[in-house]
Each structure stands twice: as C-alpha cells, then as structure tokens.
Design a protein around this ligand. Structure first.
Ligand code: BGC
Length: 400
C-alpha cells in the first residue's frame, strides 16, 4: 500500500478565519497579545496574515503575496503564483532577522527566470520521469521533455507556473493559507483531472507545516513537493558549504548520466553520501566519487529511514555562523538533497546579489524520482476514490 495515501486526518485542526477581498495591505487575522521583545530588537510581532498585490502574469492574472507572521519573529511570504515561498525570515542566535530562502523580489523574474524553481510547489510529478513517458494500466502517456531526454518537475508548465486560488486558514496557535489548483485532464501529458490543495501553516513554534492533498477522476501519478532553497546564513550571503547536514537515510538511489535512478538502492556507508552523522555539506563535495561527478555535487534522492506511518525525522541542518537550525519532518519516503549545483551566477536574487553555485541547498521531500517507471520503488499511482495526503514540516530554531 502506498505510504503517501496514509491519511493523516485531524493533525491540522484548522478553521476558516475570514474571506478576503483587499486591494492594499490589511491585517486579516491576528491574535491579541503583547510582542515578545528580545535582546536584539526583534519585537516578536503577532500571529497574523496580510495580503498585497504582487503584480500580474503576462496573461493579466492578478497575483498576491500573503505575509504570515507569528509572535516569535518568524515571517513568511507566499505568492499565489506557483505557491512560492518568496521569503522566510527567522532570527539568528542573536535575534537578528534574515531571509533564509532564495528567490526574487518581483513577479517578472519568477515568470521568466525561475529555472531553478525557487520556493515553488512542484507538480504533478516532482523530480524526473525518464524519457518523458510512463505506462499506467497498459496506456502509455507522453510528457513534454524539459530536461535533456527527461521530464523534470511536472514539465515546463508545471504547478510552479500556475496561479493558485488562496484562502486564509488558521487556528489559535497558527496562521495559514490554503492554495487550490485544478489541473485539467491531460495537462502536461498527465491523465485525470487533479484537484490539488496545498496548505501552508505557520505555527507559534517557528514551524512551517505544508500539507499536500489531491484527488483524481482517472488513474494517474502524483508526487508533490516544495522546492525552497535555503541558506541559513541568509539569502545572498555566499555558499552553504559550512552548513552541517544530518540526513536520516541509510541508502540513496544512484543515478545515470541524465540523473535518472538506476533502480539500485545503494548503502551510503563509506561514501560521501553518508550524512547519518552531522557533516558539513562542503566536506566531501569535491570528492571524485562517480555519483558526485554525475550530479556536479549532491543531486540525489535519499531513502529515508521512516517510521511505518506518520511524520518521520528526515534531516536537520545547522549553520554554525548564524546558529540557525532547520529540522525537516515528513510523511514521504524520500528526500532529494540538491546542493544548488546548477546555480551559475546569472540570476540576481531578492537582495540584489548574484546567486552562484551552492549559494543555497534544497531538501525536497518526495517519492523517489522516476517511480512511474520503476516498479520496485514505492508507488506514486493515485486512483479515483483515493486521496493523496502528505505532510512536510520545516521547523526552525537556534543553537549557540
Ligand atoms: C533537481 C536538479 C535541478 C533542480 C532545479 C532539483 O530538484 O534535482 O537536478 O537542477 O531541481 O531544476
């Protein structure tokens, strides 16, 4: 049985807070309470959400940015285009706020230049599908190839390019946004009309919780993720080689020269892929291991040591410079660790600086790449009457 379909109903007790139609910034929801000042001037703020216009797509569709805040200085901006996490501010060990995700400060760049998929919801199928095709129930489906011979991240017009419908949600200790998108039958070659909902929830314990749900009217394949690139020292501050990564995985899926898994589940022991003990990302990234060569660094799916059901600990990352810690929990069986190898100094990020190789890393919780063509991998098939339901948690803290 597919782990992804193990419903986790009731874990997010949320309630519709308000419906909104605003032109300028307005506080939409907020809990009363005094700000919690800390020694370095972060006044804490309060639980709330505001909405502002963020421009329009080339076809004239309006795009909004929602700003979610909590009373512990965490601030997250999400745009309705691509469901993109555009900014995520979190204090360092001295209380200083920095934006720790890569991105752009304007919609135009997301529409034209987001080849790295900064911050976006990825669908219908995160990661690669070999030769842009798969066969399901005896029918072969052809997908647009946008990554050499393969299909990457749902195709060129995947979910990262869609304007999602937004609704404010939340509870007593959380504030959030529910995004919906209906993908028509045949979109980017995938069968079935897919009703998709992605809920972002910011909680008072400095956690961004993401729940992905989908249903279909025909058998199809689904693999959704978020493609945020993190730099815990701050976006635009240079390479992430000193970040210390721990990955809860005994194995990974080696890839061929086009980054399609060979089908092997290989132990990480004795290789540069072993992050079971905390190790800096840069420590072995220049090793001559053939898999490092293929990916130009890390660009591999890890087979997580997951509990039989529910959220498991996938990874944690510690930045010794700022003291910021990111912990990732997920219901997914895998995570793609991508060390930003193809960032090439051509894109100017949110704070006006060029992004170069390894200026950010992504940890994309997911099912394994190319599962529709790999019968030995956990299934990504979704059938009518079933519900796709996965959750991933990004939890932030600081360490001395
Ligand atoms: C892939 C990389 C790709 C990047 C941006 C990652 O998920 O694994 O190979 O370059 O996304 O497209």
């Amino acid at each position: 049985m597919n782990g992804i379909f193990a419903a986790r109903k009731g874990i997010l007790a949320t309630a519709l807070m308000t419906s909104i139609a605003l032109v300028t910034s307005v506080t939409l929801a907020g809990a009363a309470g005094s700000p919690a000042p800390n020694s370095n001037g972060c006044t804490g703020g309060q639980l709330g959400i505001t909405k502002r216009p963020f421009g329009a797509t080339p076809d004239g569709t309006a795009v909004d940015v929602y700003r979610l805040t909590n009373s512990h200085c965490m601030r997250v901006k999400i745009i309705t285009y691509g469901g993109i996490v555009q900014s995520l501010k979190i204090p360092d060990r001295d209380g200083r706020l920095r934006n720790v995700v890569l991105g752009f400060d304007n919609l135009q760049d997301y529409v034209v230049n987001n080849s790295p998929y900064f911050g976006a919801i990825i669908g219908r199928y995160a990661n690669r599908i070999a030769d842009g095709q798969f066969t399901l129930d005896g029918v072969t489906y052809e997908l647009p190839k946008n990554n050499g011979p393969n299909t990457l991240h749902g195709g060129p017009m995947g979910f990262h390019t869609k304007v999602w419908r937004a609704r404010v949600v939340g509870g007593q200790d959380s504030v959030g946004l529910k995004l919906r998108y209906t993908s028509p039958d045949g979109e980017e070659g995938f069968p079935g009309r897919l009703e998709t909902a992605v809920k972002y929830l910011l909680t008072e314990d400095n956690t961004l919780r993401i729940r992905y749900r989908a249903t279909t009217d025909e058998p199809t394949v689904v693999n959704l993720t978020n493609h945020s690139y993190f730099n815990l020292s701050g976006e635009g501050s240079g390479a992430i080689y000193d970040h210390v990564l721990e990955l809860n995985a005994d194995a990974y899926t080696p890839v061929d020269p086009t980054l399609i898994p060979t089908g092997e589940i290989a132990p990480v022991a004795g290789t540069p892929f072993d992050f079971r003990s905390p190790t800096s990302i840069g420590a072995r990234i220049r090793s001559n291991h053939p898999q490092i060569a293929v990916g130009r660094g890390y660009d591999h799916n890890y087979v997580l040591n997951q509990p039989p059901s529910g959220l498991g600990h996938a990874a944690s990352v510690f930045d010794p410079h700022s003291g910021r810690v990111l912990e990732i929990l997920t219901t997914e069986p895998g995570v793609q660790f991508y060390s930003g190898n193809f960032l090439d100094g051509t894109l100017i990020g949110t704070s006006g600086r060029f992004y170069r190789q390894s200026d950010g890393f992504a940890l994309e919780t997911q099912h394994y790449p190319d599962s529709p063509n790999q019968p030995s991998f956990p299934s990504t098939v979704l059938r009518p009457g079933e519900e796709y339901d996965t959750t991933t948690v990004f939890r932030f803290s600081v360490r001395g």
